[in-house]
Design a protein. Structure first.
Length: 351
């Protein structure tokens, strides 16, 4: 029997990858979930090829109860992905948790592949070309999440005997080209503020490129690379720098979509202006004194805001070649469909 271990199997990407592997491989799946969260697995929990394993990356030996002899693959999706995470939590879960999994992997005699779900933003605040290879930390990071994922990648780069792969994923906006959104993040929070006219300025440089994908593309790409990609390689699961839209184009697409809604059009809400980072921080601090929903939403945006001034030219040559020329769907069309869906459902409040 061949078995693939998926950490964070109850997360959005982890669940989707488990479903993909059930359809595209014959492996038994060990679904590693934290504590009682196995209830989030839905139909996966009832699939005879899936076996739930409970554990916590913060434990001293979280994988000690797993029999390593049958494990041929490991997909590491477990992480704290909140941009506002504190440094200690990011270190404990994202860095030390990865280190513990690497130690377990080193004792799996049949291991053929080890995949790490990472982020484009391990590059931190550096500008310019981002190749599909190691990057340094010289430019610093916008938040502790980025710092921790960079450190997790560095651990694999030093594991010369493991058949590792790294998948740097762009921001996932929706499920597919239909625009359906299941899991909302900082971008969706920002879109809500803009729709209700609660944000008169937005952080960022309008020429900064924005990288987005949908879940279907990300999971299909990671799954194919996991099964067939070369080992000890980094892959960008993203649109390329030449295909990405700028932040200014992002705002244009958003407001074109909003204007199609009669309720929004009737209010005559103007498109907000771009502002420098200091001005945005002043806005966040000022509104924070009053609390409330707007303050909470801005607090979720603030840890990521510095990235919107850092323009990256993301290279996808290796991943595109490994995927047989498969490329991301058009980002503008995806964003427009997502905005339409969010407006129609009022950010998920209407089914």
């Amino acid at each position: 029997m061949s078995t693939t271990l998926i950490t964070g199997a109850d997360g959005h990407v982890g669940k989707a990858l488990a479903r993909w592997l059930l359809e595209n491989s014959d492996d038994e799946l060990l679904l590693f979930v934290r504590g009682a969260k196995g209830g989030k697995l839905g139909k996966l929990a009832r699939n005879p090829r899936c076996h739930i394993v409970r554990g916590d990356l913060q434990d001293a030996e979280p994988f000690s109860h797993i029999v390593s002899d049958q494990v041929i693959g490991i997909l590491h999706c477990a992480a704290v992905t909140n941009f506002g995470v504190d440094r200690q939590t990011a270190r404990t879960v994202n860095v030390e948790g990865t280190e513990k999994l690497i130690r377990f992997a080193e004792h799996c005699p049949r291991l053929r592949r080890f995949g790490l779900a990472s982020s484009l933003y391990v590059a931190g605040l550096r500008d310019g070309v981002l190749t599909e290879g190691p990057c340094d930390d010289g430019a610093g990071f916008a938040n502790h999440y980025e710092w921790s994922k960079w450190n997790a990648e560095a651990l694999l780069h030093h594991s010369r005997d493991l058949p590792w792969q790294i998948y740097r994923v762009a921001t996932i906006l929706g499920e597919d080209e239909s625009g359906i959104v299941i899991q909302q993040n900082v971008i969706h929070n920002t879109l809500r503020l803009l729709y209700y006219g609660l944000l008169s300025v937005i952080p960022g440089n309008p020429d900064t490129r924005v990288y987005v994908v949908n879940t279907r593309f990300a999971v299909d790409a990671i799954g194919r690379l996991f099964l067939n990609g070369a080992e000890q390689q980094t892959y960008h699961v993203s649109d390329s720098g030449s295909d990405a839209m700028t932040l200014g184009e992002f705002a244009d697409v958003v407001y074109d979509s909003f204007q199609r809604d009669p309720r929004f059009a009737k209010q005559g809400i103007l498109k907000p202006l771009f502002c420098d980072h200091d001005s945005f921080e002043t806005l966040v601090d000022g509104i924070g004194q009053f609390g409330g929903a707007v303050s909470q939403a801005l607090d979720s945006v603030a840890p990521f805001a510095p990235q919107l001034y850092s323009d990256k030219d993301v290279q996808t040559i290796r991943s595109t070649e490994a995927l047989g020329g498969m490329r991301t769907p058009g980002s503008k069309k995806l964003l427009s469909a997502i905005c339409d869906y969010l407006v129609e459902t009022r950010w998920g409040l209407r089914q």
